[in-house]
Design a protein around this ligand. Structure first.
Ligand code: AMP
Length: 424
């Protein structure tokens, strides 16, 4: 008797792409019924070997948009190993892309390997010796392997730069240039970026050959399905308001952003005292701690994660219902990235921003960027008038600020009543 193969739904719209049957089967298993808009546009171009410049909102299905064609091409063409390289700005994103590509490749023999810093070289060297078809890497560690002679880039025929804007923000431009200089010119290159500051446009002109532009939605716009609400609050009351909001939303997955690692640690401690299951993600934590935090958050062990911008870049955790900006981000583009951690893949999500009086200017800049004014909201029964204790710091605990828990929190998941709006 032959082993029964899982059927690919005949109506699966992915079928109209000329993708390898094994890839289609994996996609069907993942429950992807129809391509997202970026996949619809990018997959045929990428399969044809075209260079692609993708401007897509976060959480739009970018990874499969470039990943499925990469896998297909490696399966159907005779390339030496490694054939493809995906560059990622952060370790977490590299691991996430590796996981996705492995899922898409699970019915094939293709090998996908992530190479990133903060962990030992041994397993990566072993992986490279075994021969990887596709490498997903952060720039620094990749170059380390190249200079140690444990990795050669001459065989590469496909290159993807993911989250190119953040890669340059993080100062990786010289590394990226050094890497590209070692990759044969005869290659397919795809560059994805949420935003297109001048630096990214300049780089794309240098490295892409007659690229096709794939653009989803407005340039650098925030994810659809996302509501934006601002909570004006005196700086010294932010800890109390945050705690109260968390009680109110009672969500299984909330991501909180702070401006600094130090503040992320302090918020984590404070919330732990309030018995929240909370972890944190920032660059002072070891790679092992970062992975444990992210895995724990993904698996629901922690319901709250406090993170800084860089560490949380590109993170894809299913089911994040709320992103809370404890501090405003430095730029409007960071706001788009932060809030893009929720409302992914056409789900709903809420972005809440605690705004101290001196952050109003930044908030208005973000509103201009989004092209919309945010709803100003306040929690009922929260005493906004408590004076700052002497020598107050932004995180100092104040006492007696919180009355009975209000049931008027704004959420697209649980929206009992509209919150009391504050005058603009
Ligand atoms: P990405 O933008 O690549 O990080 O993808 C965001 C999320 O959307 C991931 O959890 C993917 O598994 C999911 N996803 C990607 N493509 C599809 C699709 N066509 N249908 C449903 N979910 C998808």
């Amino acid at each position: 008797m032959t082993k029964e193969k899982p059927k690919i739904e005949e109506h699966s719209v992915f079928r109209h792409f000329a993708l390898d049957e094994r890839i289609l089967r994996a996609v069907a298993h993942l429950g992807y019924e129809r391509p997202t808009p970026i996949q619809e546009q990018a997959i045929p171009l990428a399969l044809a070997g075209q260079d692609v410049m993708g401007a897509a909102q976060t959480g739009t299905g970018k990874t499969a948009a470039f990943g499925l064609p990469l896998l297909h091409r490696v399966l159907s063409e005779k390339f030496d190993k490694p054939a493809a390289l995906v560059l990622s700005p952060t370790r977490e994103l590299a691991v996430q892309i590796e996981e996705s590509l492995k899922k898409y490749a699970k019915h094939t023999r293709l090998k996908v390997l992530a190479i990133y810093g903060g962990v030992g070289y041994g397993p990566q060297v072993d992986g490279l010796k075994k021969g990887a078809d596709i490498i997903v890497a952060t720039p620094g560690r990749l170059l380390d392997h190249v200079s140690r002679g444990t990795l050669h880039l001459e065989s590469l025929r496909m290159l993807v730069l993911d989250e190119a804007d953040r890669m340059l923000d993080m100062g990786f431009l010289p590394d990226v240039r050094r890497i590209i200089a070692r990759i044969p010119k005869e290659r397919q290159t795809m560059l994805f970026s949420a935003t297109f500051p001048d630096e990214v446009t300049k780089l794309s002109k240098e490295i892409l050959n007659n690229p096709k532009l794939v653009q989803i939605g407005h340039k650098s716009s925030a994810a659809r399905g996302l509501t934006h609400t601002a909570y004006p609050v005196p700086a010294h009351l932010k800890p109390d308001l945050l705690t109260e909001i968390l009680f109110e939303i009672n969500s299984p997955a909330v991501l909180i952003f702070t401006r600094t690692k130090h503040r992320a640690d302090r918020i984590q401690k404070m919330l732990t005292k309030h018995k929240f299951e909370v972890t944190s993600l920032h660059s002072d934590r070891t790679q092992k701690q970062r992975m444990a935090a992210l895995d724990g958050f993904k698996q629901g062990k922690y319901r709250v994660m406090v993170a800084t911008d860089i560490a949380a870049r590109g993170i894809d955790v299913t089911g994040i219902t709320h992103v809370i900006n404890y501090d405003l981000p430095a730029t409007s583009e960071d706001y788009v990235h932060r809030t893009g951690r929720t409302a992914r893949a056409e789900r709903l999500g809420d972005a809440l921003t605690l705004v101290a009086p001196d952050e109003e200017v930044l908030l208005r800049e973000i509103e201009r960027h989004l092209g919309q004014a945010m709803t100003r909201a306040a929690l009922n029964h929260f005493d906004y008038t408590v004076a700052a204790p002497e020598k107050a710091t932004g995180l100092q605990k104040t006492s007696g600020t919180v009355g009975p828990q209000a049931k008027t929190f704004t959420s697209s998941h649980r929206r009992p009543k509209i919150p009391r709006k504050m005058g603009r």
